[in-house]
Design a protein around this ligand. Structure first.
Ligand code: AMP
Ligand code: TRP
Length: 357
């Protein structure tokens, strides 16, 4: 928490405020969100989660939010949502997110997200939200567009602004950039209308990461949770035999030698995946594949992926069998996040002149 936030508050609150993960000692904060839909795949791992885990080696304060309210914008069965939350929590921990080091919590458990979302929704316009490319893409799939889909980026802005400090970084894929710009705009609009409160959150986009891992069935598309063909994705908890059968079906081309080139997007995509999984350059992958046909190479790559994922899969299975532990992790995260969210929300209430009683 910054002094900025302490200022508008009563001294007793300040005295009793315990600093979220001792933020005074940390250089900056990182906030990001992930939806509990579908299953985690290699694209999620190499494009996002691996970087979150690496950030734990820095002195930044880390807050990761499982954004279950966002996932309601596509129809969910109640049982699926609850199971997906458990599975995602276990999956993130299995990948190496350390609850001692990072705050991991569930969005719906901190009601200030939706409360702030409402205030922010009054500061933007329908044309502005209607222009956002993600909305336009998703809206095209519906006859009548659910209101939640429209408001989605406002809720995302609330997620971010509730925890924003001077140096808050928001690591996201390229497709999220405009949503972060909306959060920046809404923070400024609030400050202009009600008095300075929100600092400027910074989007951190790893240019190469967003779509680096391609679909196994079509290299022109990124590996994606929403792909109806599950053979296009290697999920982080796929057993070795499933990885093998998916790799056998992976697209290559008519040249059986293994080398990367722009004219060979499918083989290049497999080699890129190999490079990421084994920590090699493309040249290193080419040497590892020397003398193999593409069919043989796909089996080698299946082995590399199975070996790389084995510890994640084992840890994931162990963690999923411990729902009470997972609930405790989320509860601890909720307590930390709620403390911070409440401070921001009280400052909002104060600026807007809402009344709590
Ligand atoms: P999504 O699965 O679309 O909710 O994406 C969550 C995050 O995973 C995104 O912000 C991306 O950074 C990352 N991601 C998803 N798919 C890929 C992919 N195919 N290649 C690399 N990164 C990806
Ligand atoms: N919209 C993001 C996605 O689909 C998820 C998200 C929700 C998010 N709130 C966030 C990401 C806040 C970063 C910060 O991937």
């Amino acid at each position: 928490m910054t002094l900025r936030k302490i200022c508008g508050l009563s001294s007793s609150l300040v005295c009793h405020r315990r600093f979220l993960h001792d933020t005074k000692a940390r250089s900056s904060r990182v906030f990001s969100g992930v939806q509990p839909t579908g299953n985690l795949h290699l694209g999620n791992y190499f494009g996002a989660i691996q970087r979150w885990v690496e950030l734990q080696e820095t002195d930044k304060e880390l807050i990761f939010c499982i954004v279950d309210l966002h996932s309601l914008t596509v129809p969910q069965r109640r049982a699926d949502l609850s199971a997906n939350i458990t599975r995602l929590t276990a999956g993130l921990l299995a990948c190496g997110i350390d609850p001692e080091r990072a705050t991991l919590f569930l969005q719906s458990a901190v009601p200030q997200h939706t409360q702030l979302g409402w205030v922010l929704s009054c500061l933007t316009t329908m044309p502005r939200l209607g222009q956002l490319p993600q909305y336009r893409e998703k809206a095209a799939e519906h006859g009548e567009v659910p209101l939640g889909l429209y408001l989605y980026p406002v809720l995302q802005a609330a997620d971010i602004l509730l925890y924003s400090q001077e140096q808050t970084e928001v690591p996201v894929g390229q497709d999220q950039l405009q949503n972060i710009q909306l959060a920046q705009h809404l923070g400024k609009a609030f400050n202009r209308q009600f008095g300075k409160l929100f600092p400027h959150p910074k989007a951190v986009v790893d240019e190469d990461a967003g779509g680096r891992v391609r679909s196994l069935r079509d290299p022109s598309r990124k590996m994606s949770k929403s792909d109806p063909d599950s053979r296009s994705c290697v999920y982080l908890n796929d057993p070795p035999e499933r990885i093998r059968s998916k790799l056998k079906l992976a697209l290559t081309d008519f040249t059986s030698e293994v080398f990367a080139s722009p004219e060979r997007p499918a083989v290049t995509a497999l080699m890129t995946l190999h490079a990421l999984a084994a920590g090699l350059t493309l040249e290193g992958v080419r040497s590892a594949a020397a003398g193999l046909t593409t069919a043989q190479y796909k089996l080698l790559l299946a082995d590399v992926l199975a070996e790389r994922l084995a510890p994640v899969r084992d840890a994931w299975a162990r963690l999923e069998a411990e729902p009470r532990y997972l609930s405790q992790v989320l509860e601890r995260g909720r307590q930390r996040a709620a403390e911070e969210a409440e401070v921001t929300w009280r400052a909002v209430v104060d600026r807007v002149q809402l009344r709590l009683s």
